[in-house]
Design a protein around this ligand. Sequence first.
Ligand code: GDP
Length: 530
Amino acid sequence: MTNRPDLPAEIARRRTFAIISHPDAGKTTLTEKFLLFGGAIQMAGQVRAKGEARRTRSDFMQMEKDRGISVSASAMSFDYKHFRYNLVDTPGHSDFSEDTYRTLTAVDAAVMVIDGAKGVESQTQKLFEVCRLRDLPILTFCNKMDRESRDTFEIIDEIQENLAIDVTPASWPIGVGRDFIGCYDILRDRLDIMDRADRNKVAESVEINGMDDPKWEEHVPAHLLAKFREDIEMAKELLPTLDPKAVLEGTMTPIWFGSAVNSFGVRELMEGIANFGPEPQPQTAQPRTIMPEEKNVAGFVFKVQANMDPKHRDRVAFVRMASGHFTRGMKLTHVRTKKPMAISNPVLFLASDRELAEEAWAGDIIGIPNHGQLRIGDTLTTGEMLQVKGIPSFAPELLQGVRAGDPLKSKHLEKALMQFAEEGAAKVFKPSFGSGFIVGVVGPLQFEVLASRIELEYGLPVRFEQSQFTSARWVSGDKDAVEKFSAANKQHIGTDSDGDTVYLTRLQWDIDRVGRDYPDVSLTATKEMM
Ligand code: GDP
């Protein structure tokens, strides 16, 4: 199933996606089973990045310590049947939502995991809305069907209503909770029976010939069968049938029911991603769109992770390949600086190991170790100077002042802060008045992680303290107007880590006033990264 028969086969077989879910719905477990079926790990249980999902500070710090795991968990590639899957991880905690947003710029589709007992939860809703902004195709997995779960129609209704998307069942559960025996695979007319004894075993699958096949009675107890038949009749009447085009356009989501921990429904979902998920998509760029099949190689940085090895201050830039066939050693032009860069040691994230990437195609994610040249939003290419668009930076919602425990170390602190700003872990502003820095984040947990990392990676104890400002806005407009505005509002002006002018304030009233008094200047809450 492809809408681009002209794509080179290597590109057409790629599926690059992320999983969106509320903490505890089963994202980690599902990822593990993907890798298990993808042959990347021998036994489930090897990827234990954050198993018991209590998202506390120590979890994040542990992940920071275990850099190996958190890095390979950032992007994972595996093969299943003749498809190559690239799974890009999104941070589960809402405090890291900016990171999540950027991650979603690097994928072509999302798998939405919901808990069958809980339905659409708050974090799922938020992430879904981000996907909607980009019209990303979404495939839904309703997990934990081995437990007491809600009525199937109720779950489908809730998704349709809360998320305003058509839902079409790809499978249908038979029995609930302890009585759950498996699913009817609507797309293939098969009955899949769950094995509760062996959690890593693939379900027994029975071919069925329509609703009247006598095999139903053989496998399904009479009282479950009656209810199931009634359900399926009603589903046929009330719910839309699968329309692959609507799925690709992001207006319809197919839903599979399963149990990740029992490996049930996972392979059907993987095949669904292959059959109904999009191949690598065109990438919006200036001055023109990049097509995946172009001969020239192009890719963009959507994430930077620093200090993976505290002994060498190295960083890895995560690059989504947008076009062409990349091979190791290739010389790419770094568009922002117009300098050539030989990419001699790129990393491909094959499951839990980091391996040298010999080649990568449009759709793949590679890691490029560097010393800070590569920033979020940067484009690399063998062709003309194209700049990928649509990777935003958001004004932080929380601001705090930061000081080094030892005042003599403030230069040192500046270096550390700039590093984290480039990594996208925080915004750093230098007010033009007075000394010190102001750090801005989206969620409070980020301050704690930052303080610990500065101490751990730079040996520098720091103190965060209340700032006189609570909001920051980027200032743009005509150069003279901006200069005039800055001169008249000196005590509110600062610069960000790129040297761009920001307006700092505590009052929304101030922001409104600027709008009225300086019609030539605009204050914005987002900025394009490049
Ligand atoms: P995450 O926070 O979304 O990554 O969720 P996890 O994968 O860590 O799962 C949260 C909890 O739910 C863990 O205790 C899992 O063992 C459990 N879990 C995951 N999938 C299933 C399932 O299909 N059935 C049941 N009963 N529990 C599950």
